[in-house]
Each structure stands twice: as structure tokens, then as C-alpha cells.
Design a protein. Structure first.
Length: 322
């Protein structure tokens, strides 16, 4: 697996890193589906073992993935895998508990201590604020930011991070947080990385960047041949594009084009979709959900950035189909 120095952390991590949202299984918050259905714990453990063997050494999770279940699965692996071999990231900020807001500092502290127990570690390498919704008047920002830095001062967190679905929201708070690593949503169809100013900030400050949901939850792969009904608790049930024939047909056409363009690669579709996100990034990686050994082995063949010509082509291919 190709490696990259994650900006000012000076840590060497896999260019295709491991996202473990699905390891929490199906889950809901209130009436909203927030998990991934159909995941077996044994598949998760085998995937983690194989990832370590293949050099995929950066694992990303969160306190709310299955209400701690994803973290617990990871924590169970230290019997077979040296903890020091893994650059381990988690997040907090999407669990409200009995408090008035996700970022209530008392609740955040409780959540983080639970994360340490679940992960069976004394220190996490990277801790993110999971989103940038700090209240209508930003009234929860200062406390959340202070706690994040305090945990770093206490030695329980090595590096701090900031995440959100919107790069514009990240930019609103980025200077005040001054994160070591940023985790924005990015794929070839939904891409505000440069236009938001985030790319420029990352380069100026030598920060690390890790892109999440790079396949748009699997939609971009073109594997769906008809509208899909996902089981209860599956986040993908919230995404209208999975019900649209025109979108699904376009994605299948895109898949054929990409397979032809990159036919010499063992994973042509993944190469086009994921390695394109590395073309304009020198201090970052892509977080790819890898639910089983087969997906881990597919990921291990990736991590070589596209050249500018191929990058422009794949962006145009998906923009035209939008």
C-alpha cells in the first residue's frame, strides 16, 4: 500500500485508509437511519486483520458508529495486531445523550472516555470534532474546541481534527480550531474541496486531509441496476439518488466508460474514482469503507494518483452525467 505523510503530524499513513462506519451495523438516531445494514462482526475482524497485513495502517471510526460497536470491534484486534502499528482516529459530537446539544462538554468528556474503553487504548492518534454545528449562535463552539485541545494537553489525544459534510462549514471554524487534520466529504460528483478555499488552507498550513464517502456510499460504482430498498437502520435509505432510474442508469454508463479508460488496472473503477481524489493532494488520503477481506484486497491495489489528463477526464465524465 502506498503511504503519505499526513501533513504536520509527520505520520506515514496509507493513501487508501480504512473507514469503519459500516462496522457499527444498522443503527438509528430517533427515526433517522444512520448505520449500515448487513455487516457481520466476523467480516469486520477479518477485514481489519487483512488490512494490517497489507499495510493499510490508518483506521477511522467514531463514537456513534453503532453506538460504540465499531470502536469495540477495533479494540478487540489488539490481541493479534500491535496497537503501535495502527494510526487510530475517532470522533465525537453526534451523540446528544440526555444533554441539550451534541457538543455539551460534560457529555463529550463521557463519550471520549467511553471511546478509550471501547478501543482498549490509553491514547488515540487523532480525535475529530465530528461536525461543525455548534448551535444557532455558535454558543457551543468555545467549550467544544477547548475540550478537544485539553484532551490533547492531557496526552489522551496526539492530534486534533475537524470534520463536516460541508467544506464551507469547515472553513468557517478552521482557523479557530487550527486542526492537524481535516476530514471533509469529497467524491468526483460532490467536490467543494478547492472552491471552498479548503485546499488552499490545507496547503498553506501543511495540514493533513482525509476524504470521506469517496464513492458516494457506493452509488458511483455503477453496481446498482434498479432502485434499492435498504433495510431499517441503513443510512443509504436517506439518499434519493438510490431511487432514481436516471441516476442509476447514468452511473452504469459511467462505469463502462471508466472500465475502458483504465482497463489495464486490476480495479479500474475504484482506481478512477478514488485515485483521482489524490491527484491534487500531497498531504492526504482517502477513507474507504472496506467491509470484508475482498474489499480490503481491492483497496490494496490503489493509492497511485491519476495524472492531470485522466483527472480532468473523470471529473468531466461524472459532471456531464450529473
Amino acid at each position: 500500500m502506498k503511504k503519505v505523510i499526513l501533513g504536520k503530524t509527520n505520520e506515514l499513513v496509507s493513501r487508501i485508509s480504512l473507514g469503519t462506519w459500516s462496522y457499527g451495523g444498522a443503527n438509528t438516531t430517533g427515526e433517522m437511519a444512520v448505520g449500515w445494514a448487513g455487516q457481520k462482526d466476523e467480516d469486520s475482524r477479518l477485514a481489519l486483520q487483512r488490512a494490517w497485513e497489507l499495510g493499510i495502517n490508518h483506521w477511522d471510526t467514531a463514537d456513534v458508529y453503532g453506538d460504540g460497536h465499531s470502536e469495540t470491534i477495533i479494540g478487540s484486534m489488539w490481541k493479534n495486531i500491535p496497537r503501535k502499528d495502527i494510526f487510530l482516529a475517532t470522533k465525537f459530537g453526534w451523540s446528544m445523550g440526555n444533554y441539550a446539544h451534541y457538543y455539551h462538554p460534560k457529555h463529550m468528556r463521557i463519550q471520549f472516555e467511553n471511546s478509550l474503553k471501547n478501543l482498549q487504548t490509553d491514547t488515540v492518534d487523532l480525535l475529530y470534532l465530528h461536525h461543525c454545528n455548534f448551535g444557532d449562535s455558535e454558543e457551543y463552539f468555545d467549550d467544544a474546541n477547548e475540550l478537544l485541545h485539553k484532551l490533547q494537553e492531557e496526552g489522551k489525544v496526539r492530534f486534533i481534527g475537524l470534520s463536516d459534510w460541508s467544506s464551507k462549514k469547515i472553513m468557517k471554524f478552521i482557523d479557530r480550531v487550527n486542526p492537524d487534520v481535516v476530514q471533509p466529504y469529497r467524491n468526483v460528483m460532490d467536490d467543494g474541496y478547492a472552491s471552498s478555499g479548503l485546499k488552499k488552507w490545507i496547503e498553506k498550513n501543511n495540514a493533513g486531509v482525509c476524504f470521506f464517502s469517496p464513492l458516494k456510499h457506493g452509488l458511483l460504482t455503477g453496481k446498482y441496476h434498479a432502485p434499492v430498498t435498504f433495510p431499517d437502520g441503513d443510512f443509504r435509505s436517506n439518499i434519493p439518488d438510490f431511487q432514481r432510474w436516471d441516476v442509476l442508469n447514468a452511473m452504469r454508463d459511467n462505469k463502462k466508460n471508466v472500465e475502458i479508460r483504465f482497463q489495464g488496472h486490476p480495479q479500474p473503477v475504484l482506481h478512477g474514482l478514488l485515485d483521482s481524489l489524490l491527484t491534487d493532494v500531497s498531504t492526504g488520503c482517502v477513507l474507504l469503507g472496506q467491509r470484508n477481506v475482498q474489499q480490503v484486497e481491492a483497496a490494496s491495489s490503489l493509492g497511485n494518483p491519476l495524472n492531470k489528463k485522466d483527472y480532468d477526464w473523470i471529473k468531466s465524465n461524472y459532471l456531464i452525467r450529473r
